[in-house]
Ligand binder design. Structure first.
Ligand SMILES: CC(C)(COP(=O)(O)OP(=O)(O)OC[C@H]1O[C@@H](n2cnc3c(N)ncnc32)[C@H](O)[C@@H]1OP(=O)(O)O)[C@@H](O)C(=O)NCCC(=O)NCCS
Length: 188
């Protein structure tokens, strides 16, 4: 099925809210924010977030649209609070009918990686996956992500864990092939 990938526009804060809430309804344990907290955010918070994701060098959100212009997927990349020299892939979601190898998931993540490669000079790119999210784990491994060995408690339920994956091909320089990830990222 044909689809397009492009960066979010600053004016698209309502659409951003709609697809983020769809993702949290569809896959509540795939993300660290709750649907209730996210739904309660005021409009100006979405406006600010969309402006940053649309214009910042460090942070960007990409969306996938079907041939009719419907939003069918999303992925973001941005820095990690308190973790130097890192960016983190987050908010990866594709609507159920558009999942599968012919869908937009890989291109969304690749667009996010490319943005960070071209617009930041950080060394490491990581992401966090809930230990029970076998589909996402298989998907990220196919794209070239590898376990770092780091596990962090899953925020909403700290008895469960997030596996931290690194992307060894992020910077084509000699050195360790996996990210030591010295401290925990904030969210999935
Ligand atoms: C994660 C997500 C973006 C991946 O996109 P996708 O289109 O489903 O990915 P693909 O179908 O191309 O790949 C899925 C892989 O998981 C495998 N898979 C499918 N169902 C599975 C399951 N229940 N358990 C384990 N693996 C599974 C597929 O065989 C495929 O692996 P392969 O490429 O080695 O054959 C999408 O599933 C999604 O939006 N999920 C809900 C939100 C989410 O979990 N986001 C990630 C947060 S970290």
């Amino acid at each position: 099925m044909p689809y397009a990938i492009r960066r979010l526009a600053a004016t698209e804060y309502r659409e951003l809210r709609t697809i983020r809430l769809e993702a949290l309804r569809d896959s509540p344990t795939a993300f660290s924010s709750s649907h209730a907290d996210t739904a309660a955010l005021p409009e100006d918070a979405w406006q600010r977030q969309a402006a940053v994701e649309a214009t910042s060098e460090e942070s960007a959100t990409f969306i996938a649209l079907d041939a009719a212009g419907n939003w069918i997927g999303i992925a973001g990349v941005g820095p990690l609070p308190d973790i130097p020299d890192h960016v983190h892939i987050h908010s990866v979601y594709v609507s159920p009918h558009h999942r599968g190898p012919a869908g937009p998931a890989a291109d969304l993540v690749r667009a996010s990686i490319r943005h960070a490669q071209e617009h930041t000079d950080v060394r490491w790119l990581t992401l966090g996956v809930h230990e029970g999210n076998g589909r996402a784990l298989a998907f990220y491994r196919r794209l070239g992500f590898q376990p770092t060995g780091k596990l962090v408690p899953y925020g909403p339920n700290p008895s469960e864990q997030l596996l931290i994956l690194g992307y060894p091909d992020f910077r084509p320089t000699p050195g360790p092939r996996t990210n030591p990830c010295p401290t925990a990222p904030a969210s999935a």
